[in-house]
Design a protein around this ligand. Structure first.
Ligand SMILES: C[S@@+](CC[C@H](N)C(=O)[O-])C[C@H]1O[C@@H](n2cnc3c(N)ncnc32)[C@H](O)[C@@H]1O
Length: 275
């Protein structure tokens, strides 16, 4: 696919995220009517891998409402969030101000992040939980990450596992709650087009810009994009827990997150790399 065509599909995604943002802001899913609880979006292993963040420059790519970005600011990091959705950045600014936290939010496409952030470099770049699937070209993305990191800086991706994305319910209602392998596990295909009036949170239908495009990326594709650009892979984690119940048959765990009944399979992965 040409870069012009990629840009066209990403513009459609941008409009789609702008249209969904008011629904997300008012949703129970994000829980922003009271005090936001950013820690609920993080697994304990993420903090072990990230280490001390106080005084460090932390960039959260594709930050949406900044619900996770706030957690970095609360830990004393100089936190920056970047997202191409203007509605998200406006909302994220309001949420951080209300929480009394100092976060800089920048509106830019990830592929333009180096210019959008004025060539600034970071100790940590964090991204994930529904981010990489909106990126058509991982080698180009990895080159951007390498430019955003200081020497020795860390990239941490915490992303939905390709196995989760390949699961789906049985095709006909009443056939039982078990999930089937229904979608490609491996990436490398073209974009998956969705035309959906309802978003993943609770809330009303979205009227405009209902088209969106996603790209599936296998873990091999992610790792190879990072090593090709010269980053070192430091750690890979696979976890059977998700921060919210993606499927009705998921069960709450002692951590407050959710897992599928046995057999245990990975639903989330964490990948730590360094420059
Ligand atoms: C599901 S959110 C991920 C953030 C967070 N984990 C969450 O669940 O709120 C995906 C975000 O990626 C942003 N996004 C998608 N493609 C992008 C791109 N090419 N450049 C910058 N932001 C992008 C969207 O605007 C959206 O806010």
């Amino acid at each position: 696919m040409s870069t012009d065509e990629q840009a066209r599909l990403m513009r459609a995604n941008q409009a789609n995220w702008d249209a969904r943002t008011p629904v997300h802001l008012a949703s129970r899913f994000y829980g922003l009517d009271g005090d936001p609880d950013p820690d609920r979006w993080f697994a304990a292993f993420e903090w072990d891998d990230l280490g001390e963040l106080a005084g460090r420059d932390v960039l959260h790519l594709q930050c949406h409402l900044g619900t996770e970005t706030l957690a970095f600011a609360r830990r004393g990091a100089r936190a920056v969030g970047l997202d191409f959705s203007e509605a998200s950045v406006t909302a994220a600014n309001g949420i951080a101000a209300k929480a009394g936290l100092d976060v800089d939010y920048v509106q830019a496409n990830v592929y333009d992040a180096v210019e959008g952030l004025g060539q600034r470099q970071f100790d940590v770049v964090y991204t994930g939980k529904g981010a990489l699937c909106y990126l058509p070209d991982l080698p180009r993305w990895a080159d951007v990450i390498a430019q955003l990191l200081r020497p020795g800086g860390l990239l941490y991706i915490v992303e939905f596992h390709p196995l989760l994305n390949s699961l789906g319910p049985k095709p006909h209602p009443g056939e039982g709650p078990e999930l089937l392998l229904r979608h490609d596990y491996l990436g490398g295909g073209g974009p998956v087009h969705r035309d959906a009036t309802f978003t993943y949170t609770d809330g009303p239908a979205v009227a405009d810009a209902t088209d969106s495009y996603e790209w599936m990326h296998g873990i091999d594709e992610v790792i190879n994009a990072l090593t090709r650009t010269g980053l070192n892979i430091r750690r890979l984690r696979e976890s059977d827990e998700l921060p919210w119940p993606r499927w009705p048959r998921m069960e709450r765990t002692p951590t407050g997150w959710w897992r599928l009944p046995e057999p245990r399979i990975p639903l989330l992965y964490g990948l730590l790399a360094s420059r």
